[in-house]
Ligand binder design. Structure first.
Ligand code: ATP
Ligand code: MG
Length: 137
């Protein structure tokens, strides 16, 4: 079984959507094996999204991610990384397929409700940034 890292972003926690999103995650066959609510500092958000630091939307992204609490999670399942990206839908909610989390809940490209790792290396790195090994059960 594979693991991926997930964030239920500030736009989702603000609108009380964490339960509805978790229901979609679990219905897709992914198990939530670690979960906690955190309020990211600006520095933590900058580190997390460092790969995008030259992009024009970086400042706004860091601002949004540290503006309110998020829920960080580890999801486990078969092909969890790809599976979760399917369940999330496209980054731009207007382009997301029907039934995906972003199609149903995202507000716009930036406030798009969820994050999921994009590869095994980034998944391992992101999980290690937010969870100790003994917190994942
Ligand atoms: P994530 O990494 O959050 O799972 P993703 O892999 O679908 O999303 P990325 O290209 O990695 O998309 O972008 C990271 C995040 O940056 C997006 O989820 C979104 O919140 C924000 N973002 C990406 N592109 C834009 C854009 N053009 N305008 C505003 N925000 C954007
Ligand atoms: Mg990404």
């Amino acid at each position: 079984l594979e693991r991926t890292f997930s964030i239920l972003k500030p736009d989702a926690t603000r609108r009380n959507l964490t339960g509805l999103i978790n229901a979609k995650i679990e219905a897709a066959g992914l198990r939530i094996v670690a979960q906690k609510r955190v309020h990211m500092t600006r520095a933590q958000a900058e580190t997390f999204y460092a790969v995008h630091k030259e992009r024009p939307f970086f400042g706004e992204l860091v601002e949004q991610m540290s503006a309110a609490p998020v829920v960080v999670q580890v999801l486990e399942g078969e092909n969890a990384i790809l599976r979760y990206r399917e369940v999330m839908g496209a980054t731009n909610p207007e382009k997301a397929d029907a039934g995906t989390i972003r199609k149903e809940y995202a507000l716009n490209m930036g406030e798009n409700s969820v994050h999921g790792s994009d590869a095994p290396e980034t998944a391992a790195q992101e999980i290690a940034q937010w969870f100790a090994g003994n917190e994942i059960v």
